[in-house]
Design a protein around this ligand. Sequence first.
Ligand code: CDP
Ligand code: MG
Length: 735
Amino acid sequence: QPARAVDLVEEESGAPGEEQRRWEEARLGAASLKFGARDAASQEPKYQLVLEEEETIEFVCATQLQGDEEPSAPPPSAQAQQRESIQAVRRSLPVFPFREELLAAIANHQVLIIEGETGSGKTTQIPQYLFEEGYTKKGMKIACTQPRRVAAMSVAARVAREMGVKLGNEVGYSIRFEDCTSERTVLRYMTDGMLLREFLSEPDLASYSVVMVDEAHERTLHTDILFGLIKDVARFRPELKVLVASATLDTARFSTFFDDAPVFRIPGRRFPVDIFYTKAPEADYLEACVVSVLQIHVTQPPGDILVFLTGQEEIEAACEMLQDRCRRLGSKIRELLVLPIYANLPSDMQARIFQPTPPGARKVVVATNIAETSLTIEGIIYVLDPGFCKQKSYNPRTGMESLTVTPCSKASANQRAGRAGRVAAGKCFRLYTAWAYQHELEETTVPEIQRTSLGNVVLLLKSLGIHDLMHFDFLDPPPYETLLLALEQLYALGALNHLGELTTSGRKMAELPVDPMLSKMILASEKYSCSEEILTVAAMLSVNNSIFYRPKDKVVHADNARVNFFLPGGDHLVLLNVYTQWAESGYSSQWCYENFVQFRSMRRARDVREQLEGLLERVEVGLSSCQGDYIRVRKAITAGYFYHTARLTRSGYRTVKQQQTVFVHPNSSLFEQQPRWLLYHELVLTTKEFMRQVLEIESSWLLEVAPHYYKAKELEDPHAKKMPKKIGKTREELG
Ligand code: CDP
Ligand code: MG
């Protein structure tokens, strides 16, 4: 067989090789496997898999053994053995041979850019080396930032294990609404957003000896802002060490930005990865994924599979479909362990993806692009890449932010493929055509700072006393209009005065670790005496979209349960209702189960609520309840979200200021009601521009909460009289 598929350009023109043909045959096979598993299996000798069935039996034995061992704690000798094997793993990582050289480079340079293939040990090892080298003497701390919550948590857990300490002692993590650190914590893994917030309490980061900005290539908004701030701090704190760690992308840019800081390259170990494309585009990539996983499972030699999907809902759907089909195939196929990983997955579930696959079985990890570079899972040989990711985009002209599923970039696709070649030669199956790769994918992903709203960050920078944002040291500047709009919005929210200076209310808003509109809503709850309810709404909004679940076999029951929570007024009140009833049940998991509510999400909402409640005093909001007067709750929400309003016109809903056409999300409690004025929490662009979490409001409230923003004239409705009465009247008018 010729050496193939390493060069992607050639791939397109080359005639399909033996492998490719087998792959395509297998595709057809698996497609029939999908519809009539038994028949396909009996006709196609390939699927009889006699050998594999024997292996299944072997596997059962292996799990039984494991099961017996687990309950009792390993004897001391086993513990020592375990520790020794952990150390052996540490020594086997690509970064290890460079330990001394790296430490010397860090000692000699204030800023060092570190480039290394994903999985080479940058995140887990370098902070430990620094710890061993004494960078945490005299209580100084080392920060290592991660763009993603899950990565911060899981990496901290791993490092704590490697160091033999309890998570939260010497090693800890800190992510929004969850602080797993203590006085003793010197190695702090944290989200980039959390380090940004550290600047509020410690503008010179005086308690840190080293700041490692990790996963710098991800170019998240917070990482980009950190660059500017850290560069500044480094100037007047010469003893502070700054490390910028990145996968093998873009490092020259970082070097230039940090005044030509040296780049330390950790040579990677990478096995060749064969790339396969589909012959024709796939219409339904979720379905295609499921089929392909089974196909890999039945036709390919051992090795785990990594699948890239775009988000929790998709991942859960894919996992369900996979499990379902495996169940139907029964003993015809070997055991397939289906494991999801996404941001909101509880940590015990997250840990499962790192556990070694039992012999004879195969693991398939279905992940968001968190597994692209932030997390390395051992044993992956096959990567399945549908070529999509969820991306935020922002239109500064309309002020609309939306989260859409878009094709990923070539750089992303190549990172994904690389994950197959870490332990041995691997294969990457792309669910798109070679032509699409060449012609339809962008080279790189646009940095987040250029496609997001900046309200949050501008508020933070203003509270750090950074006034002249136009001249802030950005690696890539945001669009001018986006900055301007952020300033305008903050002015409208009362966070800035007409000179662009932070107001008292703005200072308070910056104290709360949530978006400016949400902070404003919380502050406004003081005036409307409903902070208890508003805290709940805020907490529930922050665990958004994962409150209800809808198992396939109980769709009707689940939908009925959801409708039972509906309250007149809209989705925010529904969320409030769910939480209140859950609290009345004593925060019961049984209650959640009976009402098709996700217990995990609720538990998280409770955590968030507690944390926000703890901050109320700092922002001078007292605890109070509306006692059932939901108009007050709705007005407080409006005080924060008056920017996000839509009115019903003869041709459907349009946003009030920008006149954009928008639609009520079918899951909304107001889907069938069509109130004249609406407020929405967010817009999500799928097939249409959908408003998610909508609330019915009165136009007069807009004048009450934002007189500087709305003129009475623009809130008059020329069509009102011509509309049928039933639609034209609001709930309040109807009594
Ligand atoms: O940061 P980089 O991508 O260079 O590598 P790393 O995240 O430090 O990973 C080094 C090794 O630790 C890899 O072999 C991972 O599989 C392993 N690791 C793990 O087993 N569990 C984690 N939670 C994180 C990393
Ligand atoms: Mg890393």
